[in-house]
Design a protein around this ligand. Structure first.
Ligand SMILES: O=C(O)C1=C[C@@H](OP(=O)(O)O)[C@@H](O)[C@H](O)C1
Ligand SMILES: C=C(OP(=O)(O)O)C(=O)O
Length: 421
């Protein structure tokens, strides 16, 4: 696929298809770290083909084969993978070796000071190779543990906590995290603890304290579920199409992924989900409701773009909270949404941490070109607008590789025309 994609849907919008989604990159990237920490006692099934997972898998395989040379730092480059950057910061701190952990230019703007300082408080030897508080990190392991209880801010990124919790059972004194402030993206911490539990690692979570004692992993198999964040783009298609029914095999009702709440959120837009013999299917068969309530997205930040774009396209002046962390993701997602929604006449207005859509000038020009800001979710959240816009161009369409490489192929399967330009 070339740089940009022209996406359109020609003819009657009668979509009825089944899509096999790739595995969750969040589950995969935890599974890979846990597998490696367990010295391969833990096996992983249904690994995702998301670039972030492919990258982490290759890094861990490479680290298994290198000789440790403390004089020469080994460069470990995670590209744009936030989870890989955060999880490896803790993983490499506990490993014997000398590493320079780096990523894309954007990665160097995504803060990591909270995690690096927490690791230093445990005894890790970490310094900032360029800018204080940001990647790249220079890490000399293994850490000699000085502390078993540390304070950590919970309101910036849950990935910092997940990174620490995964290495916790391998530390000689174990680890207690004292979470300061309100924990953001909480389901991702729960996912980490649930996956550790599947591999025999117990924890205690009382109030703002999470404790993991030193423990051994038990032989086990982690089976990765398809990606619910990817499912959200199919919900969007159902919400915006004249007539659509989508089936997604292997998605489970009880999921480790907090983004499975997309199924209840979509009830707002009249889309209802049913369990099938092998997964789920959903269609629009209800009225739109509850659009006057403020929707808090703190527990599912990766759904924010999908939901905001659906509401905008349906002309619903909805209000949202919990969008603070979007500013430090693949791009400043609030600014990116504001810029691109303006192309269909919609404003996203921020007032004291409440974001409100103003759709009074909503219109669908014949041709719209959407910039994607190196953010896979910008491309995928806006692509369903092809149901409403005659010529929709998605710039730098390869960004989808980060979590959903076959996105464009799957759109074609559903009847969209996708042409490289
Ligand atoms: O732990 C994870 O797998 C993730 C946690 C979330 O990040 P934050 O905790 O930084 O919100 C989410 O946005 C990211 O895509 C994946
Ligand atoms: C924020 C995301 O990823 P990461 O933080 O892992 O780069 C995402 O996939 O939306």
């Amino acid at each position: 696929m070339h740089k940009n994609a022209m996406v359109s849907f020609k003819g009657a919008q009668n979509i009825n298809t089944e899509i096999q989604l790739t595995g969750s990159k969040s589950e995969c990237n935890r599974a890979l770290i846990i597998k490696s920490l367990s010295k391969n006692l833990v096996k992983v099934e249904n690994l995702s083909n998301a670039a972030d997972t492919v990258t982490l898998n290759a890094i861990l395989a490479d680290l298994d084969t290198i000789d440790t040379d403390h004089n020469l730092a080994k460069t470990v480059d995670v590209g744009p993978a936030g989870t890989a950057m955060r999880f490896l910061s803790a993983y490499l701190s506990a490993k014997n070796g000398n590493f320079l952990l780096t990523g894309t230019e954007r990665m160097k703007q995504r803060p990591i000071g909270i995690l690096a300082e927490a690791l230093k408080a445990i005894g890790a030897n970490i310094s900032y190779a360029e800018k204080e508080g940001f990647p790249p990190l220079s890490i000399k392991g293994p850490l000699e543990q000085t502390n078993a209880q540390i304070k950590i801010k919970g309101d910036v990124s849950s990935q910092y906590l997940s990174a620490l919790l995964m290495v916790a059972p391998t530390l000689p004194k174990g680890l207690t995290l004292e979470i300061e402030g309100e924990l953001t993206s909480k389901p991702y911490v729960e996912m980490t603890l649930a996956m550790l539990a599947e591999c025999g690692i117990s924890h205690e979570w009382n109030g703002n304290l999470i404790t993991i004692a030193p423990q051994d992993f038990k032989p086990s198999t982690l089976i990765v579920e398809p990606d619910w964040s990817a499912a959200s783009y199919w919900y969007s298609i159902v919400a915006l199409a004249e007539n659509a029914k989508i089936s997604l095999p292997h998605l489970r009702d009880k999921s480790l992924q907090g983004d499975s709440q997309i199924k209840s959120i979509m009830e707002i837009f009249g889309v209802s989900t049913t369990k099938t013999s092998n997964g789920i299917s959903f269609e629009k068969n209800q009225e739109i409701k509850d659009t006057d309530k403020v929707l808090d997205l703190k527990t599912c930040p990766d759904l924010a773009q999908t939901i905001v774009v659906i509401a905008a396209a349906l002309g619903l002046n909805m209000a949202f909270t919990g969008l603070e962390t979007l500013k430090i993701k693949e791009t400043d997602r609030v600014a990116a949404l504001q810029n691109e929604l303006a192309k269909i006449g919609v404003k996203l207005i921020e007032d004291n941490l409440v974001y409100t859509l103003d759709c009074s000038n909503l219109n669908f020009p014949k041709k719209v070109s959407i910039a994607t800001y190196e953010d896979h979710r910008m491309a995928m959240a806006f692509a369903p607008l092809a149901l409403l816009i005659e010529e929709l161009e998605i710039e730098e369409c390869n960004v989808v590789e980060k979590s959903y490489p076959y996105f464009w192929e799957d759109l074609k399967k559903a009847g969209f025309t996708v042409v490289s330009i």
